[in-house]
Design a protein around this ligand. Structure first.
Ligand code: ZN
Length: 301
């Protein structure tokens, strides 16, 4: 069973908004693309892990610290006999394996998933020893994208290729042993030790003044919307969204990008680019948020 679920990281959410509201550098665009691809791969993995029938606990997205070293785990499967440490990769296209390294066609070396895996495994073992758990750890890099091919990989490398994904889960499922309270205790301790804020964040700096204001279409992300009674209508794709839900969606983005700024009617009017109707904005905020302050100092939380 899934014991710790996965959700989109704050980093990915922020990058998605920034990508729509400012011009990202090529490097930031690539970073955003990689974050997105990584998350999509993880979701694909989760859809397979969800179907596991054997007695096991799946913990997704753990960030742990041991001896001042922080390490991230995509998925951890606690089975009765061992702990599976899984690194998920969503690579697409043809790759080559040679001497512990991976190259993207034709000869571009990419950061080795094996080095990363070894590091995580060493640190996880340390973490387990420190917390008095004595269980074997096996680790794998699982490639989930069906459009991924790896040439020349030898069978003893801990890779699970797309054609082997099914077999891997089948094998896990064949285990009929049951978990004990010790396993549950381990899972709970791992969740307690999980660090929420990632120190690896590479979000580019941004300023309120330079960020594009306005509401964009939920479907096609166009900023060309017109108001039709209680709805925003998208000129590009004809999608309709209730004004209230569009405003609230935009306020969520505002809070995420600028947590230090107060949510006031004026701030939201400016952020959403709704110049004409402060009454409507006030009503939406009053209905959905807690009102604090008085008269002209009213703000929402
Ligand atoms: Zn649209």
């Amino acid at each position: 069973m899934i014991y710790k679920t996965r959700s989109e990281s704050i980093e990915l959410k922020k990058m998605r908004i920034l990508n729509l509201r400012m011009e990202l550098s090529e490097r930031d665009k690539r970073y955003y693309y990689n974050l997105r691809m990584g998350y999509e791969g993880e979701v694909l993995f989760d859809s397979m892990a969800e179907k596991l029938q054997c007695d096991c606990l799946v913990l997704n997205d753990l960030l742990l610290k041991v001896n001042n070293s922080t390490f991230q785990i995509d998925s951890l499967i606690i089975t009765p006999n061992s702990i599976h440490l899984i690194d998920i990769k969503n690579y697409i296209g043809d790759y080559y394996y040679k001497n512990n390294k991976i190259y993207k066609n034709p000869s571009q070396e990419i950061a080795s998933p094996l080095t990363q895996l070894e590091r995580s495994e060493t640190l996880l073992r340390k973490w387990l020893t420190e917390h008095d758990f004595d269980m074997p750890v096996v680790s794998y890099v699982i490639f989930v994208n069906p459009e991924f091919t790896l040439y020349q990989a030898s069978p003893d490398v801990p890779f699970i290729l797309p054609t082997q994904n099914k077999q891997y889960f089948k094998q896990l499922n064949s285990n009929t042993t049951k978990l004990t309270s010790k396993h549950k205790m381990l899972a709970d301790q791992l969740i307690n030790a999980h660090i929420v804020e990632s120190p690896f964040s590479q979000i580019p700096s941004y300023e309120y003044e330079k960020i594009r204001k306005g509401i964009y279409c939920k479907d096609c992300h166009s900023f060309s919307l017109v108001i039709d009674k209680n709805f925003y209508k998208c000129i590009s794709c004809n999608n309709e969204e209730k004004i209230e839900s569009a405003v609230l969606r935009s306020v969520d983005e505002f809070r995420l990008l600028f947590p230090e700024r107060k949510i006031t009617t004026k701030a939201v009017q400016e952020w959403c680019n709704i110049i004409e109707n402060s009454g409507r904005v006030y009503k939406i905020l009053k209905k959905n948020y807690k009102t604090l302050g008085k008269n002209r100092w009213i703000y929402f939380e």
